[in-house]
Structure formats: structure tokens, C-alpha cells
Design a protein. Structure first.
Length: 342
């Protein structure tokens, strides 16, 4: 008998180890666990698995009673591997247990696999990250590179998405990654509802810097928040870097520097992402034509919208709308696991 009692839902298995961080375990349960369809039906079934069912030590003074063993991995559509406090001990990764790595062999070929924080070491030890771009917590990046030179490590981003395999940096970026997966599965409307329920930002691009050393205080001259708020109200208009800098009464060079310090990406990268997010929302929630959405989102033409959406999501606007259009959603239909081999 399957341990997942709702086979019509997307099944998420969270593989925990001794020293698991409760907050990372909670992220998966909280975010996936509250995702609902427009009709209020839960879209995911989340289960916690471990190598040997029973009490699992956390990095706090509590333990977690896990009743499901590794067999649950073979039933999952998505497997998530959180961090352990042992990951931060010198040389601990070199001794990752063979049973732990072997357990990942139970995962079906089409199953999506994601890590939170140093959970990426487990994926790397199993060879799942070889030749792929991945990230981990910046504190252990050097150790990761030494142990797994075949992985294209990028410690300067929040998360990476290589199709079937995804990785995230520190704790908070695990939230971003889970919301990204929910958005990929069921669209922006569902992901935004989950974000609102959790009181977190609905979208931070994976390419955003995971650690900003010198954030600009809100009171400092040249702070870009006001210009960002202004830009969000004028996405349908041509907005240049000069316009943004002029809005803050600073030079383009100063504005760009402050913007990167605050947001982690360039002003034009951020602006493009906001327009893509708006286009996705309009595709999901309105009957506007592709041409109208292109204008409303600031892309000008349907051709430009198609190019930008395809670059970001590898789908056309019409395909995206057919997949995620909210009124057309069938509450009894659950997306099949994505074909990550294509």
C-alpha cells in the first residue's frame, strides 16, 4: 500500500537526516501543504521520510518522529532534501553514508529533486549534480567545490533550476525555491496565494544574490525603493535607466550601484522580471488578447512578449495560458509529473 493516501495529488517527499533544521522541514510542509486550487482543494500531499523510521534529531532541543522510511521516495513526484547541522562540520560531507546516497536510487527517473541549503551535498554525493549548475550556502562553497569539481557551483544566487534538479542556498531561499516549484506546477495565482498566506514575497528571481554585504539603509540618499514603486505603476510605459535614476535625483552610475546593493540584480533585469510576472498574471486571470497583454506588460508587441516569456519559461504565451488559465482549471485534474528529460 502506498504511503500517500491521496494519489490524485502531487506527492512531495521530504528526506530528513539527523541534525535536520526544523525550519527547513517546516518550509516544505507549510508552502506545499497550503497550496490549493481555485475550488479550495489541496494540490499537494507532503510526507516526511528518513532512512530508519523513528526519532530524528534536529539542530534544536526537539526531535521529530518520522514514521515513513525511504520507500516513500519511490512514490514521490517531488523529493526535497533539507540541510543537516552536520553539514557545517569540517570534512563531514566526505563521509556521507552510503545508505543515504543509495536511498536516492529509489527515486523514479521522472521525479523532480530539490535541495535546500546544504542538502545539495547529498545530491552531489549521489552524482545527481554532475555537469549541472547548482548552488549551496555560501559558507561551505569552497568545501563543495573541493569535493565535487564536476558540479558547476554558483554560490552567488538564491536557487538554480536545471529542469529535473533544483538547488537553493540558505534557509530563506528554500522558501523562494518552493514557491518557484509551485508556480511552475500550478501557476502564479496559486503561488501568490501561498505567499500571501505565509506573509513572504511572492517572487524573488533565482539569479538574485543570496548574500548582500552592504545593503543601503532606507534613509540613505539614492535609495531605490521609491523608483521601484513608481516603475511598478508604469510597466506599460517605456521606462529607461535614465528615468529611474532621475526619479531618485541621482546619476545613472550611482543609481545602478545602489540598486544592485539593495536588490541583487541590475535595474533592467529587475524591470524585465516585473513585466514577465505581470504578463503571467494577465495570461492566467484575464481574457485579454496576447497583443493587449504585451502592451499592458510593457513589451509593446506580441513578438517581444513571446521572446521574453520563452527566454524565461521556455513556453509561448498561448501555451502558458492554456496550462494555467484560472477559470479553465479542472479541480479534479492534477498536473502529471513534468518530463524533465525533454
Amino acid at each position: 500500500m502506498s504511503i500517500f493516501i491521496h494519489p490524485n495529488r502531487h506527492r512531495v517527499a521530504v528526506l530528513v537526516r539527523d541534525g535536520v533544521l526544523p525550519i527547513e522541514l517546516g518550509i516544505a510542509h507549510r508552502l506545499f501543504g497550503q497550496a490549493k486550487s481555485a475550488e479550495g482543494e489541496f494540490l499537494y500531499e507532503v510526507r516526511t521520510c528518513t532512512l530508519v523510521p523513528g526519532q530524528v534529531r534536529t539542530d534544536t532541543d526537539i526531535t521529530v518522529n518520522v514514521t515513513h522510511g525511504p520507500a516513500g521516495l519511490s512514490e514521490a513526484d517531488t523529493v526535497i532534501v533539507p540541510a543537516s547541522d552536520e553539514d557545517y562540520e569540517p570534512h563531514s560531507h566526505a563521509g556521507l553514508s552510503s545508505p543515504l546516497v543509495d536511498a536516492l536510487g529509489l527515486i523514479r527517473p521522472a521525479t523532480r529533486i530539490a535541495s535546500i541549503c546544504t542538502g545539495s551535498f547529498v545530491l552531489a554525493a549521489a552524482g545527481l549534480l554532475n555537469g549541472l549548475r547548482a548552488t549551496t550556502h555560501w559558507r561551505v562553497a569552497d568545501q563543495f567545490r573541493m569535493l565535487y569539481p564536476a558540479v558547476d557551483l554558483d554560490p552567488d544566487v538564491l536557487y538554480t533550476d536545471e529542469g529535473r534538479i533544483l538547488t537553493s542556498a540558505g534557509v530563506a531561499s528554500g522558501i523562494d525555491l518552493c514557491l518557484h516549484m509551485i508556480r511552475s506546477d500550478y501557476g502564479s495565482s496559486v503561488a501568490n496565494d501561498v505567499a500571501r498566506g505565509t506573509i513572504v514575497s511572492p517572487h524573488r528571481d533565482g539569479g538574485q544574490a543570496q548574500f548582500i554585504q552592504h545593503p543601503v539603509p532606507e534613509t540613505e540618499l539614492g535609495n531605490t525603493r521609491a523608483s521601484r514603486m513608481w516603475a511598478l505603476k508604469h510597466l506599460d510605459e517605456p521606462v529607461s535607466l535614465n528615468d529611474l535614476a532621475k526619479h531618485e535625483s541621482v546619476s545613472v552610475r550611482t543609481y545602478t550601484r545602489h540598486f544592485r546593493q539593495e536588490v541583487g540584480v541590475s535595474p533592467l533585469q529587475w524591470l524585465n522580471q516585473q513585466r514577465i510576472d505581470l504578463a503571467r498574471q494577465l495570461l492566467e486571470e484575464t481574457d485579454l488578447s496576447i497583443d493587449q497583454i504585451a502592451v499592458e506588460a510593457g513589451f509593446g508587441t506580441a513578438t517581444s512578449l513571446r521572446q521574453h516569456l520563452y527566454a524565461a519559461l521556455r513556453v509561448s504565451p498561448s501555451t502558458y495560458r492554456n496550462t494555467f488559465r484560472v477559470p479553465a482549471a479542472d479541480p479534479t485534474k492534477v498536473l502529471a509529473p513534468m518530463d524533465y528529460e525533454t
